[in-house]
Design a protein around this ligand. Sequence first.
Ligand code: NOJ
Length: 812
Amino acid sequence: MKYGYFDQSTREYVIDRIDVPVSWTNYIGVKDMCGVFNHTAGGYLFYKSPEFHRITRFRPNGVPMDRPGHYVYVRDDDTGDYWTLSWQPVGKSLDKAKYVCRHGLSYIKYQCEYSGIWGQQTLFIPLDDPVEIWDVLLRNDSGKRRRLSVFSYSEFSFHHIQIDNQNFQMSLYAAGSSYKDGIIEHDLFYEATGYQYFTSDITNDDASYFDCLRDVFIGQYRTETNPIAVESGACSGSFELGGNHCGVIRRVVELEPGAETRLIFLLGEGDRDAGKKIRSKYCTSGFPEVDTAFKNLSNFWKDKIEKLQINTPHEGMNTMINTWTLYQAEINVIFSRFASFIEVGGRTGLGYRDTSQDAMMVPHSNPEKSRSRIVELLKGLTSDGYGIHLFSPEWFEKRTAPAFKSPTVVPLPPKSNRVHGIKDACADDALWLIPSIVEYIRETGDFSFAEEKYSYADTFDPEGNEGLIETVFDHMKRILDFSAREIGPHGICKGLRADWNDCLNLGGGESAMVSFLHHWALVHFCALGKRLGKDVSKYEEMTVKVRESCEHELWNGSWYTRGFTSSGRGIGTPASKEGKVHMESNTWAVLSGAASHEHGITAMDAVDKYLYTKYGLKLCDPAFSEPDDEVGFVTRVYKGLKENAAIFSHPNPWAWAAETMLGRGDRAMKFYDSLCPYNQNDQIEVRKAEPYMYCQFVAGPDHTAFGRAHHPFMTGSAGWSYFAATRFMLGIRPDFDSLVVDPCVPEGWPSFTVRRVWRNAVYNITVENPNKVSKGVKECKVNGQSVKCGKAGAEIPVQSKGSENQVTVVMG
Ligand code: NOJ
């Protein structure tokens, strides 16, 4: 069953059957202001922090789902009938109304045809102004003159997510609203500068044209479905110091047959004066500034997308890689994980491991953000070499005390809460940062970054001394030394609090995944060190030692063991009762380069045999059914959900990459296809979630809802899918001094092309596969000249800035 389609020309996902089974979301904003909205305009807006600076309210886990939102009501003033431009909250019968939602890159269009009126509400945030623009179009297709009232609606929040949900004896009396000069101002009186404004291009001071009080607009014993003001056709001019506040402006529109009109509403960060400035900027005749802002946003995404475009025989891969997977990966790196309908704002900051991985995925399309995230993570590293698992970057910046302390000022926790000890460290966290740094340098050629100096979390005092300052290269060494030091009785890295898998209790035990990751990080580090002319012999020896321990201790004859519990019991071995085969150890054995080819083949065959399903690879098999606290919380999660043998999306691309390292392009594509959301566009009765996004997990075959996808958008699977598909399957990989082309594709692919922008030059790459192979490059020419080809693919030297280069590659 289908609910929509991918519009290739506009790069939109178009939901043309609006009653999708769960919320299908999108993000607007690319900088400080961010909105998360679903297909019916339910959702919320925040400025910088979803926890401390929530602009509009959201009632998570509510019924009806995902309300309130940013709504536009239309009322026929002759009949009293009313509807919204998004299907909800009025929810007109779909027999009588046609609704479409177009999810675009950082914008959403809600379209509606009802009672002879075509309407559209576009939500977006300009690149450089903290304001959400509601661009509303109405057209009279009814053949007769129509008199309409149009009402905006959004419900303000008390900024702090906790204050918004508890202790109303304070918040209800310290926030107020007022209306003047056509601007609704929401005032958080307990903040020094806590204001929002709501306005429109034309305003009217008459009381029937605005409401600032939610409960007056909605009315008693009513909901957003049937607000009294809309039903009766007029607002009340309400405002008050204290209470719950909203942004409602009513516009009156008269439309001759065929006539069209455009209305602008603005919801912004700042006080009435800020609102006036923004209004005078955007609300000039014909709204050229709104159009320019929208165009600038499109160009912002066009520029990113053009950095890498593919044309392969696989339409789904083209669609995902060229638009949606890059978009998802970018949204993850821009906003981190804590703003969605799942993470509703109670946590804030950066997860060390997630952010380290996210930063690795988009250095070509967002080098600035990749770099700034890496710097935040370097500062969040302790001098012991482990990362602070969850932190706010502001903790490790110089801070001046706020002039006025209010409950919504982002607090600086005491040092003991900022910097946890080793016991609470996750053993994998900081290891991810090393490849991210190296990939950033490979992409940008910014070698001097390795010599930049940064502080450490444990020695930095935000209100005093900077503490120990060392180079990026030294930070990397400390990470590697930490993992070399923190090993258990088998010589395998300790799991500490956990490794990548939050639910495996490796406390006191050892983690195969961390040792493999250590190996991977070492390989990256040594390559960089050598390129920089440094002595890395200590780390080369370390690499050999790690590899030997892994092969010796973790190869169990059938696949790679997942780890050891604190009592030395193996996890993920043929002798294990449950959870015998795990994705993490087997994919990472290969991906890290630690496994021998022969063992790699056997291990990945086990992955295929035990973990493959038609909706992707399961995390482990068989699922755990009996609680076993030595193994961990995973044994207390229902079978087939989350880490307990669900199809956990994030590790799936590890398997695609691992298969390409073994030269098995068809197998890699089989795995890619099974998870690919695009392929499930017509199976929404099973998938439920949006088909344009990877989700955190898909219920596994042990669960009754096998195939149902959960937790879209904010998941590491976005970046990893992009990374594995482009760098391993298509094989386009920047190195320090060359662009490597080393594809591993299905044997049946006759050819494909990639347009890649790298270090300010364009590479138009055509790959031919006349001999129907999966891997291997026989010949490569750049602008007609042959270049080096070897086992590791073709090496294209850096071409001059601004040049456009034709690259032909023949596989064989
Ligand atoms: C989600 C967490 O954000 C991520 O850090 C973790 O690796 C996965 N769950 C797997 O447990």
